[in-house]
Design a protein. Structure first.
Length: 80
């Protein structure tokens, strides 16, 4: 994925996340929707991490295409 594709994916995930969050404050979410919201949040963290990796590699004169998606457990454990 190039930067534009990652950003497009982030945009789609953010839109889905906002939809689910609106539903949560309204009628609430069922078990499947709650699981999907958690999955979307992890995927967003993975996409942001991938974008940061790509930019760092480019800035360091390396190939940004060598960046890879890290496991959800890894990106969820980062300190903010």
């Amino acid at each position: 994925m190039d930067d534009k594709q990652v950003l497009d994916r982030i945009g789609a995930l953010v839109e889905e996340e906002h939809t689910l969050e609106r539903q949560a404050t309204g009628a609430g979410l069922d078990e499947g929707q709650e699981a999907r919201l958690r999955e979307v949040e992890v995927q967003l963290d993975q996409c942001w991490d991938l974008l940061r990796q790509r930019r760092a590699r480019r800035d360091a004169g390396q190939d940004p295409d060598s960046a890879a998606v890290r496991p959800g457990g890894t990106v969820e454990g980062y300190l903010q």
